[in-house]
Design a protein around this ligand. Structure first.
Ligand code: PAF
Length: 280
């Protein structure tokens, strides 16, 4: 079963009707790929109702970023969701507000801002990005009122930031981080991969391969820092680092899960990837 709502009012009426049902949310900006669909499938297994939201959030794009050209593919997205919803035992709901005012009514003047963890990595390159993300995610949580929220590991820092927001504000929502889905060659799926030419798609494999090599060195207790230093002579890396996966601080003797994280520029596209490594 699939229900589609394109206005806040219709969605809110529906939400009132389902009362205490167990609700999962899968927030997206659309242009869905197998990564998003894996989140939806997991939510459908774990909840009575799964709400996949599709909203290209203007607040998380910087002034020179791709908000206007970001791929908007609602019909194809709904077709992909329908294929999954068709065989699911629980209910699928698409909330795809067509009006920005439904999310940010005129006079909206609130920003949700997580400090600290947002100032490094992506935050250093996109200073207003995470405030935009946390503000829209909080807003979507307040509309959808989910018990469970599903996010992809590919945006690892986003996961850490949203988890922190949930904890700090005691929102009582379970945060579920889902594994990265890769193409057959290892490139992490992303809506922005379609900006890449054939050649760039092949060249982009430097990202996943480098992270894998660092993971290997880490597990061998080899000198990964020198390797990272060498890699960074290629100026297409915006950053490449190994950090504590819980809060993105520098690893220390208490760290038991690390993240190898990097962003590589391919033309005007920034490609993000990471690998989580357990060190026991
Ligand atoms: O990861 C994304 O697609 C977006 O940042 C999110 C979480 C849907 C908020 O707009």
């Amino acid at each position: 079963m699939i229900k589609i709502f394109t206005t806040l009012k219709d969605f809110q009426d529906y939400r009132k009707n389902i009362g205490n049902a167990k609700v999962g949310i899968v927030p997206t900006m659309g242009n869905l790929h197998e990564g998003h669909l894996s989140l939806l499938k997991c939510s459908l297994d774990e909840n009575d109702v799964s709400v996949i939201t599709i909203f290209v959030n203007p607040k998380q794009f910087g002034p020179n970023e791709d908000f206007n050209t970001y791929p908007r593919t609602l019909d194809q997205d709904i077709a992909k969701i329908s294929n999954i919803a068709f065989t699911a035992k629980s209910e699928t709901v698409v909330f795809a507000p067509t009006s920005i005012e439904d999310i940010y009514p005129s006079g909206f003047n609130t920003t949700i801002s997580v400090k600290g963890v947002t100032s490094k990595l992506e935050g250093a390159f996109r200073p207003t990005h995470f405030d935009g993300v946390t503000t829209v995610v909080y807003r979507l949580f307040s509309i959808v009122k989910p018990q469970n929220a599903y996010f992809g590991q590919k945006d690892f820092q986003q996961c850490v930031v949203i988890k922190k927001m949930i904890e700090d504000l005691d929102l009582g929502i379970n945060f579920i981080r889902m594994p990265i889905i890769r193409n057959s060659e290892g490139l992490a799926l992303s809506s922005r991969n379609q900006y890449l030419s054939e050649k760039e798609r092949v060249d982009a494999l430097i990202l996943s391969r480098t992270l894998k090599q660092i993971e290997h060195l880490l597990l061998q207790k080899d000198d990964y820092r020198s390797y990272i230093h060498e890699c960074l002579s290629d100026k297409n890396w915006d950053y490449l680092d190994v950090l504590d996966a819980s809060d993105l601080s520098e690893p220390n003797e208490k760290s038991h899960e690390l993240v190898v994280i990097g962003t590589y520029r391919m033309g005007s596209t920034r490609l993000l990837d990471n690998r989580v490594v357990s060190i026991l």
